[in-house]
Ligand binder design. Structure first.
Ligand SMILES: Nc1ncnc2c1ncn2[C@@H]1O[C@H](COP(=O)(O)OP(=O)(O)O)[C@@H](O)[C@H]1O
Ligand SMILES: [Mg+2]
Length: 244
């Protein structure tokens, strides 16, 4: 699936412009990150893509179809996992499918197994660690009928160790599946490790400061984080962030 965003603007109230004429795209099977300061409108952009709010101007297209203000076209993984505390792990994962009336229990169990959660199928969210909850939340978006995934800082609430684990876990699944993903983060290492391409957002009113094509070959792993090439690209991003 492809996503095209053209000249999108959004303000709150009469004089608070957040997104200023933003254009960006995600190609089929591409992992694209948005790296931006807090308050730059990243979540606002996702709410626009999800059809929850209306842009002032601009178009959002999924595989060419205009989806402004249309709900239910993308699968969404929020920052804080939105697991329902009264549902088991399995039932939480099936939730995204129930909305479309065709839960596939077999597939959900297969993924639980592949991600080391097979013994937790009947556990409730409060019995899981932070990383496990995010895994469940991720599986729920992965198994949703919508194939385009939007992930809004999914690992930012996790400790550094768990985050590293989760990043590698996501890499291995994504490299096999090649979904189109738009991923929001304020973590430079995370953006570089995971993405094919990165858009760097300015402070609001938000424009794209720079677009970076990440050259590292795949499959990638955590060794990359310690390489000279990685450090060099980090330096490039820092300098892009500092530019006015
Ligand atoms: N519903 C809203 N009403 C008014 N202002 C909002 C609303 N949602 C977000 N904002 C403002 O828009 C800006 C961008 O917010 P947000 O999209 O959450 O940024 P980010 O996700 O990049 O941190 C912030 O200044 C925030 O205060
Ligand atoms: Mg946000």
């Amino acid at each position: 699936m492809t996503l095209q965003i053209e000249q999108l603007s959004k303000s709150y109230g009469s004089n608070q412009l957040v997104l200023d004429n933003l254009s960006l795209s995600v190609n089929d099977g591409e992992f694209v990150s948005i790296l931006g300061p807090s308050g730059s409108g990243k979540s606002t952009l996702f709410h626009l893509i999800g059809g929850l709010i209306k842009p002032d101007t601009g178009q959002i297209r999924l595989d060419g179809e205009l989806i402004n203000c249309k709900l239910g076209h993308v699968s969404f993984m929020p920052q804080e996992n939105a697991l329902l505390p009264w549902r088991t792990v399995l039932k939480n994962i099936l939730l995204s499918q129930e909305l479309k009336n065709k839960p596939d229990v077999g597939l959900a169990r297969e993924w639980l197994k592949r991600t080391g959660l097979e013994d937790y199928e009947n556990a409730y969210p409060h019995e899981l660690s932070g990383g496990m909850k995010q895994r469940v939340s991720f599986l729920r978006s992965l198994l949703a009928p919508q194939t385009f995934m939007c992930m809004d800082e999914p690992f930012s609430a996790l400790d550094e160790f768990t985050r590293l684990d989760m990043q590698q876990w996501l890499l291995s699944i994504w490299e096999e599946q090649r979904r189109s993903i738009l991923f929001v983060t304020h973590n430079i290492d995370e953006a570089l490790l995971l993405s094919d391409r990165i858009y760097i957002f300015s402070e609001k009113p938000t424009k794209i400061k720079k677009e970076i094509i990440v050259p590292f070959p795949r499959p990638r792993n955590k060794e990359l984080l310690l390489s000279d090439e990685f450090t060099e690209w980090k330096r490039k991003i820092y300098s892009a962030l500092e530019q006015e």
